[in-house]
Design a protein around this ligand. Sequence first.
Ligand SMILES: Cc1cc2nc3c(=O)[nH]c(=O)nc-3n(C[C@H](O)[C@H](O)[C@H](O)COP(=O)(O)O)c2cc1C
Length: 207
Amino acid sequence: MDIIQAIKERRSINFFETGKSISKEKIRELLELANLSPSSMNLQPWRVVVVMEAERKKILRKCAFDQPKAEEASAVLIMIADPKGVEENLGQVLDSWQALGFIKPEMRDTYTGMVKNLYDTEDSLKRKLFAVKNTALFAMNIMLAAKGLGLETHPMDGFDEDCLKKEFNIPADKTIPMLITVGYLRQGITLLPRAFRRKIEDFVRFE
Ligand SMILES: Cc1cc2nc3c(=O)[nH]c(=O)nc-3n(C[C@H](O)[C@H](O)[C@H](O)COP(=O)(O)O)c2cc1C
């Protein structure tokens, strides 16, 4: 499937084939593809909890205001934005840039200073926005890559974040921008037509 087709055909699916599992290998393939997403300074400040076990999905549904798809989909990805991604990943990013010849060793301090200036301290709003925006880009690529792998998805922010953090052991400093359900369209379901989109003229200004 080409990218244009994937964009056109992706829909938020409410009715998943229940009891149809996805292998861990398939989920891994999906995440490997999405992991090619761009990120600020390549810092990749995201984490994912993949919920596949029936009992765990039941709990997840409870945290997601009882939305059935949270339990009926084959897997649910808890998308986690990690404000500490800067401190945790910067070393690896610089090592790889140095190894690839993108930067010289003496430039490491300059980049470290630049990152601190751009993304502030780990408890700041700026840092939270940094983590959330990059995780949202990663999430979008998960949904498009899923189409390419023959899977359907549904992004969800209808959930109690505290409940998810408690039940799935996610540290308080993280943010959960969304869940993504992943699975297969239930047999016999016909999707309603795609809902309206605003006209380009309503939100774009050319200068
Ligand atoms: C971040 C995000 C959160 C969403 N949360 C929910 C949700 O909790 N429950 C739900 O039924 N739909 C949710 N949606 C789906 C939207 O309603 C859907 O994307 C929109 O109506 C457009 O439909 P389409 O994705 O099929 O084009 C969410 C979408 C996004 C991007």
